[in-house]
Design a protein around this ligand. Structure first.
Ligand SMILES: [Zn+2]
Length: 289
């Protein structure tokens, strides 16, 4: 997928405007309906305040994806080897795990962000998953990649972004953005700025510690169902301990709990699920170097 329509010629600009406005409207509807709506998440069983339905989440994620990409140095082209690797690993995870039974199964897309310095991974509501080039090059094997993508898939399926929006943590700035946009919605630059703001909010978003540990445990399950050893996630945490800042966006250490806290929770998970050790048929997969 390419993200060219943001600055394309001819009718592209108008289409871009409409898409962004539609996305913002969707988000606002979500915020407004929050109070009236509680759903039980079919995967996690939790009762959640989610002001959006699954289709709205998917639409919103698709709206914000190009802006997210732009904020992070663009995405690698479809035929880039890194992009192919990440897309195929993501597809494998979805096809072989419980993620494939979720209502998002048909809408997952996996993107490599070109940013060479920011070590992080992100997801948008509905199934848009991103990993930075800077993180990807540090991963040693397929299982570690499966762990990183599995964690992001976990955020999507547990609907963490939608819940945050419903709580107003994202919603308030979107309300402000629409108030600004409504007075001047003919101007493409302004609309693009609003979309950028939305993407930026999501980029800076901090989930709760509980959300992060839940995403880890869902990710561990998905990687294991795909045939990879969940122990590899400990290796990811060791890599993250040495992350330095300095890129375009916040590093994973700024948006996630301390790796040592996550290591403790991962070890608990392994102890609970594999008291006799992780089965030998769960693999690290190919080396990525
Ligand atoms: Zn996370």
């Amino acid at each position: 997928m390419t993200y060219g329509y943001g600055d394309g010629g001819g009718g592209g600009g108008r289409r871009f405007n409409l898409r962004i406005i539609a996305g913002i409207v969707i988000a606002i509807i979500g915020v407004i309906t929050y109070m009236t709506h509680t759903e039980t998440n079919p995967v996690t069983g939790e009762k959640q305040h989610v002001g959006m339905n699954v289709d709205q989440e998917k639409a919103l994620g698709l709206q914000a994806a190009p802006e997210m990409a732009q904020e992070m140095g663009g995405v690698l082209p479809d035929d880039d080897p890194e992009q192919k690797l990440v897309q195929s690993m993501g597809e494998k995870l979805v096809a072989t795990s419980d993620a494939g039974k979720s209502p998002y199964a048909d809408n997952f897309h996996f993107h490599v962000l070109a940013d060479p310095k920011t070590v992080n991974a992100f997801s948008l509501p509905g199934g848009q998953v991103f990993i930075t080039h800077a993180l990807l090059v540090q991963l040693q094997n397929e299982a570690q990649l499966a762990g990183v993508l599995g964690h992001e898939i976990g955020h999507v399926i547990a609907r963490h972004a939608a819940v945050q929006m419903a709580q107003g943590k994202l919603g308030q700035s979107l309300v402000t953005a629409v108030a600004v946009g409504a007075s001047d919605d003919q101007r493409r630059g302004q609309t693009a700025a609003i979309a950028a703001m939305m993407a930026n909010q999501m980029l800076q978003l901090h989930y709760s510690r509980g959300d992060e540990l839940q995403a880890d445990s869902l990710g561990l399950k998905y990687m294991q169902q795909a045939g990879y050893t969940p122990e590899a996630m400990l290796g990811v945490m060791e890599i993250l301990k040495n992350v330095a800042g300095g890129g375009r966006g916040p590093s994973i250490l700024q948006t996630h709990p301390d790796p040592d806290a996550r290591i403790a929770a991962i070890k608990d998970y392994l102890q609970k699920n594999f008291p006799n050790g992780v089965p030998k048929d769960l693999m690290e997969g190919r080396s990525l170097h």
